[in-house]
Design a protein. Structure first.
Lengths: 307, 457
């Protein structure tokens, strides 16, 4: 504005400069995202931090308590359980999801009749609501009339109580989530696989590389950017696991075995009238995910190969 | 690009809480009325003067025409039922239009809290007895005492325990009960007839329950799996059965001053232990895991008896069961059952307090109570309806109505949700689903935590 109003020659020059014009356009195009981020993300993040320093029940005026909420959280048995469960969920669901996803992508990376339909089928769970999926799986896991125990019985294994059994509850939820998330992983891996030039593989073949050697030395290294990308998505998603727990961990199910970080945030904020406490938990979650993300990015040049 | 999408995603959760609050605070104006005249100055003036209502009007409502919002939890059937009551209200009070909004149980409370925080709460909303202190103690409900005094509204015409459940400890009446539920014994007549066993009656006690329960727990096809259970109940909330057992054994959940839990007394743990024994020692109640996903075994015709709430009347009838109702079996310290009322409360920030009060009053009136009665999903709270038409409205209704005489109210205190989540997680994992552990040990483990929750309120 000021530049435009000023009738100086430098102002004229700046206006004519193609670079300045371009950067104006760039800011214009970036504006919706930046404004959205500032209002919908940065604002609430800062607000949540402010709330985390208070004792606030949502309905009456907040009271400043300093870092009391953080201190109380560190001593809270249920919060510790939630961290343990969330870490368990992450260290199982992320690698298992990646390995199965990679295997499936390799299998689906074929020129077969109807392959598009098969790929679509694997993607269906991704676009289905988690609530619907959870309800179907709670039937699959039903100890009395569920098909899973029926299959186990058929092959002579004893029935299990799955989500009502403290030992099996979390693995059951992990299995469901892996199944549900496979579609995303497979799609990204398929795209990664199809971006690998056939000449590389041909050249490796000419040099005498077998199928395993081609996979190990050509396909896998060139797929590392895709693995990196799906890995970070899965890592962050898994720390935020909530819907499955909300639907599956109903009263009467072993809630100590399945309670997760985001679930305790919900529980404290909306059921226990402890919004300050919940905001503090949300900030701890934020810090955990931020540190893991930074470490993950720092480590990428050790194993990620860009073409 | 990665960094940015990462941050967005983290932000989504990291700030979920404040985002919701913030969004609601800035959202839609709190006026529940599409009619501009409704929110006119006169109704606002009366909101400010609500401490001393100028013109108390028993009938009909004389204020400006207005629209109020009435929020309830429930399913589409519940919505239909409440809508029918609202329609008859509108016929009686044409100047007041009531808009009913419904949510499922859990989202109902999430939504209510954010709407209250944002100053946009519904004018009238349903309140669960046990959660009342958490709202009444936070200055968001309208004190109805002045209306009650000005009109000499007869509170004694409603079930006393239920009325008391919506009053604060210092006697302010901040809601009226709308309906209530009571715990009783439901039995499948065909299964009793097939076994040649007389139907349960008011002579039953714990021993009789075990004795008959064993006779009716059957593996008919001899495959080693029980296909008819003697008794079904739910273990996941104190109301379904276990609080009654605690009381029937001389125990209680909280000390009389409400400041500590006395669930570790031998009477209380004995009551909890009895339920564990029914499942794992006497094996007449199914392992809770078996029906956790598929629902009520009694309703499915897989159990001969069920101890649970009066809401079963409507669902069991819909399921086509031939069933009867008997009093809950007595324990060593006598016969005690649990009642839990649902009430209607008024938002303190409502623009139409007079109209809201007229509506709340109507919900407890004989006209509305007869409609509630006909639905059979709960009991009316109006004594006249309860003792008169309700008692003869179906087979067993009198048993339910009479149960109020030996009922305790479901515990209701500040911090109820946090207390019961902690307690129930322990009981589920270490009592009702754990054949080898004892109720006394489980309660001893959580006692300190429970007391600290009570102390922090």
């Amino acid at each position: 504005m000021t530049a435009r109003a000023a009738p100086t020659s430098s102002g004229q020059a700046r206006r004519r400069s193609p670079l300045a014009a371009e950067s104006r356009w760039a800011w214009l195009f970036l504006a919706p995202t930046l404004i959205g981020l500032a209002i919908l993300s940065a604002g609430p993040i800062i607000a949540a931090f402010a709330i985390s320093l208070t004792k606030w029940d949502l309905l009456t005026a907040p009271k400043f308590v300093g870092l009391d909420n953080f201190a109380a959280l560190l001593a809270d048995h249920r919060f510790q359980t939630a961290i343990r469960n969330t870490v368990f969920y992450t260290v199982t669901s992320v690698p298992i999801g990646l390995v199965i996803g990679l295997g499936l992508a390799l299998a689906l990376n074929q020129r077969l009749r109807g392959i598009a339909w098969i790929r679509t089928a694997y993607f269906l769970p991704v676009v289905t609501s988690t609530v619907a999926i959870s309800l179907v799986w709670s039937w699959i896991y039903s100890p009395d009339s569920g098909p899973l125990n029926a299959v186990l019985g058929f092959i002579g294994l004893p029935p299990q109580k799955w989500i009502t059994d403290p030992f099996w509850a979390m693995p059951s939820i992990v299995a469901m989530s892996v199944w549900q998330g496979l579609g995303t992983t497979v799609i990204i891996f398929l795209a990664g696989l199809q971006a690998i030039p056939q000449e590389y593989l041909d050249a490796a073949s000419v040099d005498g590389a077998g199928a395993w050697a081609r996979f190990r030395n050509v396909t896998l290294p060139l797929l590392t950017p895709s693995i990196f990308f799906t890995g970070i998505l899965a890592l962050i998603d898994s720390f935020q696991v909530f819907d499955q727990i909300y639907v599956l961990a109903r009263p009467g199910r072993p809630s100590d075995a399945t309670v997760t970080l985001v679930y305790t945030i919900y529980e404290n904020g909306f059921q226990n009238f402890k919004m300050g406490y919940a905001a503090a938990a949300a900030w701890i979650l934020f810090l955990i995910v931020a540190v893991l993300t930074i470490v993950y990015f720092r480590l990428q040049n050790r194993w990620v190969h860009y073409q | 690009m990665f960094a940015m999408s990462t941050r967005t995603r983290i932000a989504a959760v990291g700030a979920m809480v404040s985002l919701l609050v913030g969004a609601c605070g800035g959202a839609a104006s709190p006026s529940p009325s599409p009619n501009p005249s409704a929110a006119g100055p006169s109704s606002e003036a009366s909101a400010n003067a609500s401490a001393s209502p100028a013109a108390p009007s028993p009938t009909p409502y004389a204020g400006p025409a207005t629209t109020i919002e009435y929020s309830i939890w429930g399913d589409p059937t519940e919505l239909k039922n409440q809508q029918a009551i609202v329609n008859s209200f509108h016929a009686a009070e044409p100047r007041i239009t009531v808009k009913v909004t419904v949510s499922d149980w859990e989202p109902y409370w999430d939504k209510l809290q954010t709407l209250l925080a944002g100053g946009a709460a519904p004018d009238v909303f349903a309140m669960d007895g046990p959660l009342f202190p958490d709202y009444a103690g936070r200055d968001v409900l309208l004190d109805l005492s002045s209306y009650i005094q000005a009109e000499s509204y007869p509170l004694s015409s409603l079930a006393d325990l239920a009325v008391k459940d919506f009053a604060t400890s210092d006697g302010r009446q901040m809601g009226l009960p709308r309906d209530l539920n009571v715990i009783a014994l439901f039995y499948n007549k065909k299964m009793f007839d097939a076994a040649g066993i007389p139907y349960p009656d008011d002579s039953w006690d714990w021993n009789k329950l075990i004795e008959v329960g064993k006779k009716l727990t059957l593996d008919k096809n001899k495959d080693g799996k029980i296909d008819q259970w003697g008794l079904y109940t739910e273990t996941t909330d104190m109301e379904n059965y276990w609080s009654s057992l605690v009381w029937q054994n001389g125990g209680d959940i909280l000390a009389p001053d409400g400041k500590t839990t006395v669930l570790d007394s031998p009477g209380a743990t004995g009551g909890l232990q009895f339920l564990q024994d029914l499942i794992w020692k006497h094996k007449i109640v199914p392992d809770p895991a078996l029906f956790a996903e598929t629902g009520d075994a009694f309703e499915q015709g897989k159990a001969a008896m069920e101890i649970n709430g009066s809401w079963l009347v409507a669902t069991d009838e819909a399921a086509g069961l031939s069933f009867g109702i008997a009093p809950i079996p007595a324990g060593p310290a006598g016969r005690v059952t649990s009642i839990n009322p649902t009430g209607a409360v008024v938002y303190k920030g409502t623009k139409s307090p007079d109209a809201a009060w007229v509506f709340v009053k109507y919900l407890a009136s004989p006209a509305a109570q007869q409609k509630i009665m006909a639905l059979k999903a709960s009991l009316p709270v109006n004594k006249e309806v309860l003792a008169g038409p309700y008692s003869t409205s179906f087979d067993g209704a009198k048993v339910l109505a009479d149960a109020l005489a030996y009922a305790h109210i479901k515990p209701s205190f500040k911090g109820y949700n946090e207390f019961t989540t902690e307690l129930q997680a322990e009981l589920d994992e270490h009592v009702f689903n754990a054949p080898d552990e004892s109720a006394a040990e489980a309660v001893a483990k959580v006692k300190d935590k429970l007391n600290s929750i009570l102390a922090s309120q």
